[in-house]
Design a protein around this ligand. Structure first.
Ligand SMILES: Nc1nc2c([nH]c(=O)n2[C@H]2C[C@H](O)[C@@H](COP(=O)(O)OP(=O)(O)OP(=O)(O)O)O2)c(=O)[nH]1
Length: 134
């Protein structure tokens, strides 16, 4: 089975975090996720994440420390999801390569259907929300 390295951004704007809805025709179509994407061969993860956020939301971000690493087996593929705490620089996101986006508190994320690999990340955000520095 193939292992894919994926980077994802936990972009903080005060109490809220930006999430994106995957395109309908993508794998895990219409599910919610932390924006990001596959790392290219030999690419630096932080630079890869900045590239993906520009492609997906037409936005620049500052990538900070690693927040969580998730190893998840989807059956046909294994993903290693590198989630970084990111800093919002004030630009409005656009739906360039996603269906929709929204800013939510970790509590509000419970009402959204995330990709399976993201569930422990949402849990960690909920349990650490008062400790995370933005
Ligand atoms: N970006 C992102 N992908 C995630 C998350 N959780 C999760 O399981 N994934 C999975 C879904 C996909 O199988 C894979 C990422 O692929 P992608 O399709 O978003 O990546 P990409 O933009 O580089 O894709 P491509 O169209 O260029 O091939 O990781 C997440 O929080 N963010």
């Amino acid at each position: 089975m193939q292992t894919i390295i994926v980077t994802a951004a936990i972009i903080h704007r005060e109490e809220q975090i930006l999430i994106a809805q995957r395109n309908k025709d993508a794998d895990h179509g219409s599910k919610w996720e932390f924006p990001g994407g596959k790392l290219r061969f030999s690419e630096d993860p932080r630079l890869g994440l900045k590239r993906e956020i520009k492609e997906e939301l037409d936005m620049d971000i500052e990538v900070g420390d690693i927040f969580e690493v998730v190893s998840h087996n989807y059956g046909d593929r294994h993903i290693l999801l590198l989630c970084y705490t990111c800093h919002y620089l004030g630009q409005s996101p656009k739906t360039k390569d996603c269906q929709d986006f929204c800013w939510l508190t970790p509590e509000e994320m419970l009402g959204y259907e995330f990709t399976e690999a993201d569930i422990p990340v949402v849990e960690k955000l909920r349990s650490t929300r008062n400790k995370v520095k933005c």
